[in-house]
Design a protein around this ligand. Structure first.
Ligand code: PAF
Length: 292
């Protein structure tokens, strides 16, 4: 696996790959890789000839009181995992390589609406930071396909919308959420949970799954389902930011006409902000929950 820190060198390597007619896959990450990230790399390796993973803890997507400094960094381990996953190239730029000496003056990409709801509401500027860095990586790598997890469902929709609005010729591939044995979605931030919190954290997924099951079994009182889940989580010690049953395409509160739904949740447990979601199809004839 090639490890590069310079944009110019990466562009040279990629130009040669393109000359050879090889397709390019991109897996952007902030490092501290877990099996969820490796699932993205694995899919990229299966679908593309040359896979670039990036590790960059992007300061633009952290608020002033968030965990930028504490965010777990484990470059050596990450490199080994990527080599085992048959990744072709790792791009690890320094902040100055991407932003020059004056990051504060950089151009910002802002995706309307999607960047302001749910996590965007609680984390102002977060999605502008995500859209800006992903846009830069798309311009640098110019991949045929880019891989993102369904775990960050709102992020995935935002990136799809940006790709369409800015006419990137890139296929955005969504990959299933990886979970531990208790159902907790894998996340680099799970390392903030102590042993007791780790045991409680899986409740977030179980509340999502039981709301989905209730819908599958015919319940249509979405507000009541949201309230019940929020109460259950609060009783267990979570500070719930949102628990919302939404239209899966635009994240507007679900109506009874909607067939593709996603239930989104964000909640804080101890010092850890957890997000998760479950997608489901509501069909008059058959109703099923997608594995996600
Ligand atoms: O999902 C993440 O890890 C980050 O938001 C991303 C897409 C790598 C942008 O920094």
């Amino acid at each position: 696996m090639q490890i590069l820190t310079s944009t110019a060198e990466l562009r040279e390597v990629l130009a040669l790959q393109r000359l050879g007619g090889r397709s390019i896959g991109l897996v952007p990450t902030m490092g501290n890789l877990h099996s969820g990230h490796l699932k993205l790399v694995d899919s990229a390796v299966k679908q593309c000839d040359f896979v670039v993973s990036t590790i960059f803890v992007n300061p633009l997507q952290f608020g002033p009181n968030e965990d930028l400094e504490a965010y777990p960094r484990s470059l050596r381990d990450d490199q080994e995992k990527l080599i085992s996953a048959a990744c072709s190239c790792l791009f690890v730029p320094a902040e100055e390589e991407l932003f020059g000496p004056e990051r504060k003056d950089t151009t910002i990409i802002s995706v309307p609406e999607m960047s302001e709801i749910y996590c965007g509401k609680s984390r102002p500027g977060h999605f502008d930071g995500v859209a800006t860095i992903v846009c830069k990586l798309f311009n640098i790598v110019q991949p045929d396909k880019a891989f993102f997890g369904y775990k960050d469902y709102q992020q995935l929709l935002l990136i799809r919308r940006m790709t369409q609005d800015l006419s990137f010729d890139i296929e955005i591939v969504g990959i299933e959420t990886a979970r531990n044995a208790s159902g907790l979605a894998l996340s680099s931030r799970n390392s903030y949970l102590d042993r007791e919190e780790l045991a409680t954290a899986a409740m977030l997924y179980h509340c999502l799954a039981s709301a989905a099951d209730a819908i599958i079994n015919g319940s249509r009182d979405y507000l009541k389902l949201e309230k019940t889940a929020t109460q259950k989580l609060s009783d267990a010690g979570f500070v719930v930011d949102y628990f919302s049953i939404c239209n899966a395409e635009n994240l507007v509160a679900a109506s009874h006409q909607d067939r593709s739904l996603v239930i989104l949740a964000a909640a804080i447990l101890g010092s850890c902000r957890l997000i998760d979601n479950v997608q489901l199809q509501v069909d008059v004839q058959s109703i099923e929950r997608q594995v996600n």
